[in-house]
Design a protein around this ligand. Sequence first.
Ligand code: DOR
Length: 450
Amino acid sequence: MTRRPTEGGRLVIRGGRILDPSQERDGVFDCLIENGRITAIGAKLAADGAEVFDAAGQWVVPGFVDLHAHLRVPGQEYKEDLASGGAAAVAGGFTQVACMANTDPVNDDPSVTQYILDRAAKESLARIHPIAAATRGLAGQVMTEMVALRRAGAVAFSDDGATIMDAGVMRRVLEYSTLVDVPVIVHAEDCNLRGHGVVHEGAVATRLGLPGNPAAAEEIMVARDIRLAEWTGAHLHVAHVSTAGAVESIRRAREAGVRVTAEVTPHHLTLTDAATMTFDTSTRVAPPLRSARHVEALRRGLAEGVIDAIATDHAPHATYEKEVEFTEAPPGMIGLETALAVCLQLVREGVLSPLELVRRLSTNPARVLGLEGGSLAVGAEADIVLVDPERIWTYDPGRGHSKSRNSPWADQRLTGRVVATFVAGRIAYGFEHKDEHKDEHKDERGVPNR
Ligand code: DOR
């Protein structure tokens, strides 16, 4: 039978491999939690009366922070809502999620930001942070009221899904963002160069007869925005970097002291445009999956710290919307529940150590958004994830938590799974959720129910 720790209770997670990038800690320790905060990390902690969770053989890591997800509230709740998105988040180990502004209505007004936060407080298991639009209606013309939006709780500004093509408007957006000191997150893609491109412009696009979206469309816009960030002194954050040229521009800018950070998605790190050969519309994403040369550059950029964070770009769409011609399908794939398993491939292939993977899923994205989190230091909020890195399971989006199913990993065997997620010291996922996907080692390594 499952027992939940009582609110404000004491619990101890025993004998797990603690991976805490904020403390450069990688070792087997116990972790004591009291009143929702971490109060001790050490060997064989005395914890009389505390509820005990045995984490032998598991990783104990700070909750992941997704700085880029589409939770579709308000207005597109048939794709996702804050209950389903929050449940998908904690099932994937994400205790904090920043949600993009391309909702209906657009989150370009403090009342919308407040609405999202109010609903999140009631419905979401994960902590939700709204990202407000940078321009009204995401139209790229008139700036939003940044100070009011920030006061209402926005953690960043972004027209994600659309590019601010007018450099003059972009300059003003960056300038004004410095007043509230939060990042401007850019979907960097020159719309004219992209045209109607739906896959990476290259040999695969030619073979498929699909219109291509050239790497230069991203590379040119990243270069422009970096120059504007340098000029204005603003914090520019480049969303879903997908090209080698963008990585190089970001590298040079950082070396020159420009305030630029960047994220990459699990799909751009592990899939190439060859995945689109099946015409599976879940592989239609914006920006598109690129060729192997670009994927290699993204991995190198991530390993070297040029790219700070991994972000899911969780983009749910209804099945009927995706079951159309490739060119007609809306771009996007879901990713909250598979991100960890997909990214563990990078550990197995020697791209990242376990500690460095956790840094990019947790510590760094928290830093980019200026959020508390990403740390298992004494005093930190007990947002903690237990991971079994070896567990093999078959992902079934139909039995997952998201309302949508548009995943290229559907029905695939994945290695590595979240066993339990704590938010503020309370169980948000685990123990009660053993029936969702086919789990080949169900009883061998799970944290025992108590
Ligand atoms: O693939 C994507 N889907 N990229 C975006 O920029 C937008 C997103 C969505 O909202 O579905």
